[in-house]
Design a protein around this ligand. Structure first.
Ligand SMILES: Cc1cc2nc3c(=O)[nH]c(=O)nc-3n(C[C@H](O)[C@H](O)[C@H](O)COP(=O)(O)OP(=O)(O)OC[C@H]3O[C@@H](n4cnc5c(N)ncnc54)[C@H](O)[C@@H]3O)c2cc1C
Length: 511
């Protein structure tokens, strides 16, 4: 019989992304991007002057135009503290009309702009590279409507994902996406990065659940594609241009999202396994036994799990030397039915020798304790100093090979951890290598090798985090020359002066 003894005594401490210090590195300690990447040339944009500031103050009021260096600094540095821009101004519009007026003016004056949501992006896309003006959506946080019957939420782009989750829950609904950064990330940022997260397996990608968007083009034109309809085949599906284009084609200002009903019964199993073969066998079994109630299938190796356990001081629900752990979540409408299915699955997985140990939770606080372990890995790893992060999609049979290959390759270097975790159900591995600080030689050992290896196995060099600033040089490993050319043509049509998020997504000079 499956053992679920451990959780009964587990009382993990809760952690909060906002108050969590990723490391002792302060924003001002982070090397300027233009220094670290010294080959990069600033585009031929105007520099911001007092005249420009006066204009922005005239449309937004003084309090929503930040120019004091101390106020601006946190908007210049990414969440991982790996890139740092030198912007001198942050603009905080509240309405679409204000975004439109800002962009029209910036376009006319050739001022570069970096759109920013919650600034939790992991590829350096959300902060300036040089002195681009930061356009923050932090004050665009209004929920416009929630239709209980259709399940459609309409809101402004700056709403924080976790707040939306709470708001739609009042109507018996849930957000179709969830991720570890939910306490800080904005829905506009999620849409702009086409964020995946921990429930993509069940609810699909945002390309399906975002019904409509409103966005402002570089010249200030408002593009209203804010359909709330499930079916709308009237010409080109323009909303998709804004999904995953990371602020390079327009600023998303509003969104309409299809929210599924909130499940009545949620169960989580946290399991210990000996080998990656058993992870795959358990995945196959979970898909056939759990079917429609399977909502997450998350994986972590020993170093990833132990980083969260030790850094966040959480209780480990499996033996501490467990090579691989799985967090499997089911959600459905009938607890008896779901528990019976889960129980059968766990018994079969135990009898077949796939799983050795584990724990089961159905009470919300206990479920949260288990999810904290998985969701806390990203921030725990950054406590080591510098994290080389790779977010790759791979055919499932090669999912973990690269972690072992990389460990071998990095022997004798000053790396601290080389570990893997991620969304097995989506074939998405987060390969993380930590070191005390940024080290160019270590980087050269990892890259381009990791991308070449991924490309050779027909994987993607960015499964869900996007291209941002850091991956522009490797996008060709996953996109053909023709596809890249078409992307550049679309960019040229939508933003001919290249003012929107330059140096991001597209390889080459901004304009
Ligand atoms: C702990 C942690 C866990 C994470 N887990 C996941 C995960 O499971 N899955 C996943 O996909 N990602 C994950 N991420 C990455 C990140 O949270 C997502 O990419 C998220 O969608 C970014 O949202 P944001 O509001 O913070 O956007 P930002 O970081 O502010 O911006 C991201 C990009 O979108 C652009 N942008 C932001 N808002 C707008 C807008 N309104 N209009 C146009 N462009 C805009 C920015 O210019 C930038 O290029 C995680 C990050 C952390 C720190």
């Amino acid at each position: 019989m499956f053992a679920h003894n451990l959780l009964k005594t587990a009382r993990a401490k809760h952690f909060n992304l906002k108050s969590f210090h990723t490391s002792i590195v302060t924003s001002f300690d982070v090397e300027l991007t233009q220094v670290r990447y010294s080959n990069l040339k600033r585009g031929k944009y105007s520099s911001i002057t007092d005249k420009h500031i006066s204009f922005f103050e005239s449309i937004l009021s003084k309090s929503r135009v930040l120019t004091d260096a101390a106020d601006v600094e946190s908007y210049n540095v990414d969440w991982l503290k790996t890139v740092r821009g030198a912007s001198k101004a942050v603009l905080k519009p509240k309405t679409t009309e204000e975004v439109s007026a800002i962009l029209r003016y910036c376009n006319e004056n050739v001022l570069a702009v970096c759109p920013q949501g919650g600034n939790t992006g992991l590829v350096g896309g959300s902060v300036p590279v040089f002195d681009e003006i930061v356009l923050s959506t932090a004050l665009m946080n209004e929920v416009i409507s929630i239709n209980k019957t259709s399940g459609v939420l309409v809101c402004q782009a700056g709403c924080i994902l976790e707040n939306l989750e709470a708001k739609v829950a009042e109507q018996g609904l849930m957000m179709p996406l969830d991720l570890g950064a939910k306490g800080s990330c904005h829905i506009g940022g999620n849409i702009s990065t086409n964020a995946g997260g921990i429930r993509l397996l069940r609810y699909g990608s945002l390309h399906g659940s975002v019904l409509g968007v409103e966005a402002v083009k570089a010249d200030g034109t408002v593009v209203d594609c804010l359909s709330t309809l499930k079916k709308d085949n009237t010409g080109y599906h323009l909303k998709h241009l804004f999904l995953g284009s990371e602020g390079t084609l327009g600023v998303v200002t509003k969104a309409a999202i299809q929210c599924p009903p909130k499940p009545q019964a949620v169960n989580v199993a946290f399991l210990a396994l000996d080998s990656f073969e058993n992870v795959l066998a358990t995945f196959r079994l979970a898909r056939s036994c759990l079917g429609e109630i399977l909502s997450s299938f998350e994986f972590m190796d020993c170093d990833s799990l132990m980083a969260a356990v030790t850094r966040l001081k959480l209780q480990c629900p499996v033996p501490e030397d467990t090579p691989f752990s799985l967090l499997i979540e089911t959600s459905g409408g009938n607890s008896e039915h779901d528990e019976a299915k889960l129980s059968l699955f766990l018994d079969e997985a135990t009898n077949k020798g796939y799983i050795n140990d584990g724990t089961l939770a159905s009470e919300p606080s206990r479920i949260k304790n288990l999810w904290d372990l998985r969701e806390g890995i990203t921030q725990s790893l950054s406590c080591d100093g510098y994290v080389y992060k790779y977010d790759i999609s791979l055919p499932i049979e090669h999912f973990y090979d690269i972690v072992d290959i990389m460990k071998e390759r990095l022997k004798g270097t000053p790396y601290i951890k080389c570990c893997g975790y991620g969304h097995v159900g989506d074939g998405n591995l987060h390969l993380n290598i930590t070191a005390p600080s940024f080290d160019r030689n270590l980087l050269n050992l990892i890259e381009p090798f990791v991308y070449e290896w991924t490309s050779k196995h027909r994987g993607s060099v960015s499964a869900e985090h996007g291209i941002g600033f850091k991956k522009t040089g490797v996008v060709h490993f996953s996109k053909s020359g023709e596809a890249l050319k078409l992307m550049a043509q679309i960019k040229a049509i939508m933003d001919p002066k290249g003012i929107l998020n330059p140096y991001k997504v597209l390889p080459g000079d901004p304009h």
